[in-house]
Design a protein. Sequence first.
Length: 96
Amino acid sequence: MPILDDVKLAVREDNDAFNAEISDIIEAAKFDLKGSGVVLIDDTDPLIKRAIILYSKANYGLFNPDMEKYQKAYDMLKAHLSFSSDYNGYIEEEVI
C-alpha cells in the first residue's frame, strides 16, 4: 500500500480532495526526518512509516485535540531514528 493510502487511513480521510495536502504533510515529515540526521528515509520501512504517520496525525486537521500527543510520540521516534546507526548512516568503529 502506498504511503499516501496508509496516511489517509491513519488520519481517517477517505476523500481524495485532500490528497495534495496530505502529500505535502508526508513530504514535510520526510524533510523533518532528514533535517534531524536520518538518511535512510524509505517509507516502506516500518519505523519510517510510523514516524510519517505520527507526524501526519499531529499536523493534519485544524481542530486536533490529540495533536500534542502525536507530536510528542513523533519527536521521540525521530530522536531514536536520528541516533540509530541503521538510519543515520554513521557506522561505529570498534574500539580495540
